[in-house]
Design a protein around this ligand. Structure first.
Ligand code: NAD
Length: 342
């Protein structure tokens, strides 16, 4: 079972498999970096085709968490857990076993929600370990705020717009983040088109806002200014990017590029891309403030800097003729090397 040769391996500090036959918990925990003694990252809980798929997911996601933290000015590293199980069979016993796994790291791994793990689940986990964030302040509204700041920065940089009034945004996914983002955009006068595989969710958001829905299979064909992927990762492939009729992509979904080369395809089509690890940091920022002392105004002020960071990335990509992801990674590498002195 390759770890060091997985495409997601990025000199990870540790990768572990934890097994609790009694509850059925089977989970890979990847700790990419510990900065100031800790790595932070969500618990993903989903069915994987096989163990390799779960390892690859944990590796890619934990490395992205380090980048996210560094760019958001958060003094922690990145980690991630991938539980291999069907969320419909989730039990308190299994969540408590997960809590014991987190506790075994003694605070060097701090967990948070991700796909398949909600606030109620985290509350159970917190009954076993204190090393949990986003229970008292659910992450999605903060993530949506940060994504909005990314959209504002992109609208200014790519479209020369100072306001979102009349901007057309196609949102993929009407879940926790996508629905909140739709509300924030509509409040600023943007026209929202939204799609979800759960048609009821998309329709409910659309009826609240007077927005439009499309079939999920058609979201990449929508004529709009910006596409905001807020569903799952890997949605930007060569095929889907060829279909796009937007000027930019800015969304919260983790790891949107199916592979790094898709960034080049976007660039060749003149479509600007906001790396997800830049714009989806709002929940992580709120979680960090939970650890150090939560103050809503300070959290908002911190999240609002995401727009400034995205502009730095976009300008760097343009001036060095690299993709936005490469530019963001260069900034991360520079900041990390300043810390380590290497
Ligand atoms: P969620 O599970 O609440 O919502 C995701 C939605 O996407 C669901 O409604 C689902 O039905 C829909 N969906 C799935 N596949 C789809 C498809 N092919 N087309 C259209 N809709 C589809 O998740 P969320 O918390 O809103 O997170 C959304 C994304 O943002 C995820 O990739 C997550 O990893 C990322 N993210 C979330 C946060 C957070 O604070 N929740 C933070 C950072 C990143």
């Amino acid at each position: 079972m390759p770890i060091t040769t997985s495409p997601g391996f990025d000199q990870h500090e540790a990768v572990a498999f934890h097994n609790d036959p009694q509850s059925g918990l089977r989970v890979f925990v990847a700790v990419h970096r510990r900065r100031n003694g800790r790595g932070c990252g969500g618990i993903r809980y989903r069915v994987y085709a096989n163990e390799q798929e779960a390892i690859d997911d944990a590796l890619r996601l934990s490395a992205a968490m380090t980048r996210k933290a560094v760019l958001a000015g958060i003094p922690s590293g990145g980690a991630k857990s991938c539980v291999m199980a069907d969320p419909r069979g989730k039990t308190t016993e299994l969540l408590e076993a997960m809590g014991r796994v987190v506790q075994s790291y003694g605070g060097t791994y701090v967990c948070a929600p991700d796909v398949g793990i909600g606030t109620e689940d985290l509350a159970v986990i917190r009954g076993v370990t204190p090393h949990v964030t986003a229970v008292d302040h659910p992450a999605a509204p903060y993530t949506a705020r940060g994504t909005l700041r990314g959209i504002e920065a992109m609208a200014e940089w790519k479209l020369g717009r100072e306001s979102l009034d009349g901007l057309r945004v196609a949102i993929q996914g009407a879940g926790s983040v996508g629905a909140q983002l739709a509300h924030l955009l509509a409040a600023r006068g943007a026209a929202v088109v939204i799609a979800d595989v759960d048609d009821g969710k998309a329709k409910s958001v659309a009826s609240e806002l007077g927005a439009t829905t499309v079939d999920p299979a058609e979201i990449f064909d929508v004529e709009a200014d910006i596409l905001a992927p807020c569903a799952l990762g890997g949605v930007l492939t060569r095929t889907t990017v060829e279909r796009l009729k937007v000027r930019a992509v800015v969304g919260a979904a983790n790891n949107q590029l199916a592979d790094p080369a898709v960034g080049e395809v976007l660039a060749s089509r003149g479509i600007a891309f906001a790396p997800d690890f830049v714009v989806s940091a709002g929940g992580l920022i709120a979680g960090e403030h939970e650890i150090t002392g939560f103050d809503e105004d300070a959290v908002h002020e911190h999240i609002d800097r995401i727009g400034v960071t995205l502009l730095e990335v976009l300008e760097r990509a343009a001036s060095e003729s690299v993709t936005e992801t490469q530019a963001a990674e260069r900034i991360v590498a520079e900041r990390l090397s300043t810390e380590t002195g290497s």
